[in-house]
Unconditional design. Structure first.
Length: 255
């Protein structure tokens, strides 16, 4: 009788193992589509803050995840056409009959960076100062910003990777850039720079990034898992890996 019992137990274990392997083997593969924009999305290494957060949440739900890259204006259409499942990031969007948007997973924060020896906290202080920002900033931040930079020695550059270096070497008085982008390139290019020498102030309120889905049930499932992911502060661990800090503090807080 004992031998028969052992055989039945063994048979049950084998059946359970096969079932589990089958589940893993046939786990649905989802496609995230995004653009290249370090450190949020990095095409060269197929990762980035936004990608890692989104992918980690989906992986925790048992999905396999592939990432493809396309210009942001095409990403939305690829999801609408069913050629991808999720596009990131997206901003200021509401659900439609065809697209469903997640809760926010990070907040992009336009920030004024200056040295503590020459603090600049608001755009009103740009007068006669050397200010640098990313290409298209005047159109993005609106009329009040344009009025402020018109009074400054102001330039916009396409290459954001060198902007922290310009500030560190005092070639400019202030940099206007996303908090994460600035610290990513500062960490990569000047890993030993004392961060206590950097002053950061919000230029405007940040904008929350969301993921866009073509499946409402998947979006709802994602939101539930995202809440748990952020409660465990797993998103902060990802952020720290890219910029050496967990998140902006005080008025720059992103959660």
């Amino acid at each position: 009788m004992r031998g028969l019992f052992d055989q039945l137990v063994l048979k049950g274990i084998v059946i359970l193992s096969i079932a589990m392997l089958s589940h893993v083997s046939y786990a649905k593969t989802l496609v995230i589509v995004t653009d290249d924009g370090p450190p949020h999305m990095i095409k060269a290494t197929n990762n980035g803050i936004d990608i890692d957060i989104t992918r980690s949440v989906l992986t925790s739900l048992g999905y396999k995840v592939n990432v493809m890259f396309a210009p942001l204006h095409r990403s939305k259409q690829l999801v609408l056409d069913g050629k991808a499942d999720i596009f990131i990031p997206t901003f200021f969007a509401q659900d439609t009959d065809a697209l469903f948007y997640s809760d926010g997973f990070i907040r992009y924060q336009p920030t004024i960076f200056s040295l503590t020896a020459n603090v600049i906290s608001t755009a009103d202080e740009f007068h006669s100062k050397r200010i640098v920002s990313f290409q298209g900033a005047t159109g993005y931040f609106g009329d009040a910003y344009k009025t402020s930079v018109d009074k400054a020695d102001y330039k916009e550059h396409h290459d954001m990777s060198m902007m922290p270096t310009m500030l560190v070497r005092q070639r400019v008085d202030a940099i206007v850039l996303d908090y994460y982008i600035f610290h990513y390139y500062l960490k990569n290019n000047h890993p030993n720079f004392d961060l206590s020498n950097i002053h950061a102030a919000p230029l405007v309120n940040g904008v929350t990034a969301h993921a866009g889905f073509n499946d409402k049930l998947l979006r709802d499932e994602f939101n539930q898992a995202l809440g748990l992911f952020k409660k465990a502060k797993s998103d902060l661990k990802i952020i720290e890996g890219y910029i050496g800090l967990t998140e902006p503090k005080g008025a720059l807080g992103t959660r």
